[in-house]
Design a binder for this molecule. Structure first.
Ligand code: SF4
Ligand SMILES: [Zn+2]
Length: 97
């Protein structure tokens, strides 16, 4: 797997866990957030675009509309928190959705 794909998925994982902890209260990802992470990681791994653009700027966004809305909610919630916890990762990746 290409390094940028791995790093994108790692960032997504961190953002999902910040979101889930804040909204759903557990130490580990809840089943819904876990399923969303698996879904989004699958889209990124199977991305047909080469080079891969930022998902939020992608003209043929491959996410199902409801999943895309959920991911955007996660980004909105976790983005500002990521700035403090993982500033470098955030600078590089958090606006990719
Ligand atoms: S939204 Fe676009 S860039 Fe993101 S994974 Fe899907 S096809 Fe690739
Ligand atoms: Zn959750």
């Amino acid at each position: 797997m290409a390094g940028n794909i791995k790093s994108e998925i790692r960032t997504l994982e961190r953002m999902m866990s910040i979101y889930c902890r804040g909204k759903h209260g557990g130490e580990r990802l809840c089943p819904d957030c876990g399923a969303l992470l698996v879904y989004a990681a699958g889209c990124i791994i199977n991305c047909p675009r080469d080079p891969k653009p930022a998902c939020k700027a992608c003209p043929s966004n491959c996410y199902a509309p409801e999943k895309r809305a959920l991911i955007r909610e996660v980004m909105r919630y976790s983005g500002p928190k990521m700035l403090f916890r993982h500033p470098l990762l955030t600078l590089r990746h958090y606006l990719r959705f």
